[in-house]
Every structure is written in C-alpha cells, then in structure tokens.
Design a binder for this molecule. Structure first.
Ligand SMILES: [Zn+2]
Length: 415
C-alpha cells in the first residue's frame, strides 16, 4: 500500500477566504465567503474539512499543525490568461512607448508580437524552458498555483508545437498546474501578410489537427480585433477547434468593440477575454451565458489607457468574472495576481472580495476546472496561499507589497 502523506491542520488564520460565494457582492452575500475562527484539514493532497480546530484535531489522526497566526488563508490563485512562454523581454519597446512612440510605429520598426515571433522561432525548446522556469517561479511567489499558458509566438506548425511541448515539459518541472492553450491565431505571421486566407486555412487544416492529435492543448484561442482576425475568420478557426475536440476561448473587444463577446457566447466559449471595449449587447450576452468574462486590467494600466472593461456592468448582468495577468513581454509584463486585484479594485470599482473570487474560483471557471480548484471546500485540491495580512481587503490595498507568506500545492509546502 502507498504510504499516506501526513495530514495537515491549518490553524490560527484570522480569515479563511473559501471563495465559494457568488461572483458579485451584495449585502447578504460575500463572494470570498470568509469564515473566521476555523481550521482547515488537509489529507492526501485534498481538503478534507473546514471547521472547529478541536474537532479537526481529533478527525485528523494526529495531523501536522501549520500555524497561520493572524494571516489570511486563501485558495492558491488561478491565473487563467498568460503568455508565459516567450523569449526575450521587450524593454526596448517599452522605452519607445514611454517616449510617446505609438504602437503602430513600433510595429513598423519591427516591434510588437512579431518581434517575439522572430525571437521565439530562433530559440530551442530547452532555451525556452530555461527562460520560462524563473518566470513561473515568480508567479508562484505571488500566490499562483494554477495557470493557463498560451502558444502564439510560433505562428507556424513546428514552432507552435515547440511552444506547447515547452508548456507540457514545464508542467512536470515546477509546482504550478499548467493548462495549455493553442493560440496559433495570435497574429498573421509576416510571411502570410498578403495571403491571410491561406494562413486561416493552415490553422484549420494543419495546425489545429496537429495540436489536437498530439494532445498538447486543452483550449484554442483567437485574437479577434480589427486588423488581426475578423469575426468570420475567428468563427472559422474556433469551429474547426471545436470539431477537433478542443474547448475555445477568445481575445475579444480589447481596444475596439467588434462583436467578440457575442461570438464567444454563440460558440459556447469558456471565456471571452479583455472586453475593454465590449458593447452593451456584448455585456448582456455574456451575462446570460456560461462564458466567463476574463478581465485583464494590468494590460490597460501598463499601456497607459484610461478606459477599463466594464466590470460592474458585467457583474450586474450576471456574468462570472475572472481576473488574470495576461502576462506577456509586450503589453503586460506582470506576474503578480495581487497587483491585478489592486487594478481591478482601484480602476474598475470591483470590491476586494469580488476581485479575490475572480482570481480564484472565477479563473477556475474560465478554465472549466470542475475539481474544486480555486475554492476551499471538502474534496478540492489543497492548493493554499497564506498572506501576511489579516483580511481579504488588505490584499488589493497593500499595492505591490510583499504580502505572501507561504504556498502549498496539493498539500505540500512549495513557498
Ligand atoms: Zn492575451
């Protein structure tokens, strides 16, 4: 018989945010579903019970005690939208943007997504793996225990498969659970600029079947935005992905509203992401659907934009909201979900409890994880973050502070 891992009892937390509440705060309901004066019993990598310490001490058959005195205990954070595998950082472009050079001009000088594409194509799988490991470690040290990672800097079959193999290898080399997404439709690569239809054809006939066949992705995503992929192209690509057995997501309405939210709902997408310029009809469509509204406020913050996604309207329409970093070298070099919480509360008027739920249970919903990831409840994975703060509202309030105390993945301490 396999030796059982020791049970652990987490005691003394000033608040335990179970994140099992509804997406939106109301006088009667708390999205973070905070409990006080309780303990959490963990056994064999899962949460066994949350309740009175005295009872759980007995039930745990001499558990190892984890002292959380005065801290906030939450689920490990779920970052449901990242581009964490890439080559070099793009600080050169950042300096240009700080000088006021517009993005179109930066792209004309060889910057933008295509700069990352050239860079990634020139690197080996091992090199990309070595570059990604410390970045994932930084995410872990900001409380993230589950993260989606997209391809999309290869933009040809061989390099897209290379990126997804890097994600697959990374999953076995560090503690964060990784959910892979194929984003071959991130941009039209330069060699197809004058024959876009041929690139859509390549995606549909070759890349998507190859990715599905290799079992290297769970989701397929498309960057739908004027000048990138239009509605018809996006629908064609995502329908091919659904046929190949992948679930779908959509970069929708980031800077200009173009019906992306509506298309995501029509296709039954797991999430519509960005939504900085979503229309009222798009908000209503998402509110009536099971498509999660994944908001990425640090991208708009980093780009210096003033207008953010209408988080309140989405919540009031009934949407499940997720918050994610959009971690990427161009528009959001952000590994910290706590900082995303700050931007969500300060710039989009989300309440701290709504924001925490969105970066835990909301993220898990956007990744269609039904095993309890993102929540603290019996049966859920024992992915836990302990913070040096006494209550949920301190997390977004302590802007960019070093507030993480410890992280457990499947019950084992990893930070
Ligand atoms: Zn993105």
């Amino acid at each position: 018989m396999r030796p059982q891992r020791p049970s652990r009892l987490f005691v003394g937390a000033s608040e335990i945010a179970t994140c099992t509440g509804p997406p939106r705060s109301s006088p009667a309901e708390d999205p973070a579903a905070v409990v006080r004066g309780a303990a959490v019993l963990v056994r064999d990598g899962r949460i066994e019970a949350i309740g009175a310490e005295r009872e759980l001490r007995a039930a745990g058959s001499d558990p190892e005690i984890v002292d959380c005195s005065g801290g906030l205990l939450t689920p490990g954070l779920v970052d449901s939208h990242t581009h964490a595998v890439f080559g070099r950082w793009r600080t050169d472009e950042y300096v240009l943007r700080c000088r006021g050079v517009p993005y179109q001009e930066i792209a004309r000088r060889g910057g933008g997504i295509n700069a990352s594409v050239r860079d990634l194509r020139s690197r080996s799988e091992d090199e990309l793996l070595e570059l990604a490991l410390p970045r994932l470690d930084e995410m872990l040290r900001n409380g993230t225990t589950t993260a989606e990672v997209k391809s999309g800097y290869g933009l040809c079959t061989a390099d897209e498969l290379k990126m997804l193999r890097v994600v697959q290898r990374l999953a076995g080399l560090q503690p964060i659970t990784l959910v892979p997404t194929f984003l071959g439709a991130h941009e039209v690569p330069p060699e197809y600029r004058d024959r876009r239809a041929a690139y859509v054809d390549l995606l549909v006939r070759e890349m998507i079947p190859a990715v599905a066949e290799a079992g290297l992705a769970v989701f397929c995503d498309v960057f739908m935005e004027p000048g990138v992929f239009d509605r018809r192209e996006s629908a064609t690509i995502l329908r091919a992905a659904l046929e190949a057995g992948l679930m779908v997501k959509l970069h929708a309405d980031e800077l200009e509203g173009s019906g992306g939210a509506e298309l995501a709902v029509e296709l039954g997408a797991a999430s519509a992401d960005h939504l900085g310029a979503v229309s009222a009809a798009g908000v209503a469509a998402i509110g009536r659907s099971s498509t999660v509204a994944t908001l990425l406020p640090t991208t708009l913050f980093f780009l210096g934009r003033r207008a953010y996604a209408p988080a309140r309207a989405l919540l009031e329409a009934g949407a499940t909201v997720a918050l994610a970093t959009d971690f990427n070298p161009g528009s959001s070099p952000v590994c910290s979900l706590p900082f995303v919480l700050t931007t969500a509360c300060s710039q989009m008027a989300m309440e701290p409890a709504e924001a925490l739920r969105a970066a835990t249970a909301g993220g898990a919903a956007a990744l269609r994880l039904a095993d309890g990831t993102g929540c603290l409840r019996p049966g859920a994975p024992a992915d836990l973050a302990l913070w040096h703060v006494p209550a949920v509202e301190h997390l977004p309030y302590r802007v960019a502070g070093r507030v993480l105390a410890a992280v457990w993945k499947a019950g084992e301490r990893v930070v």
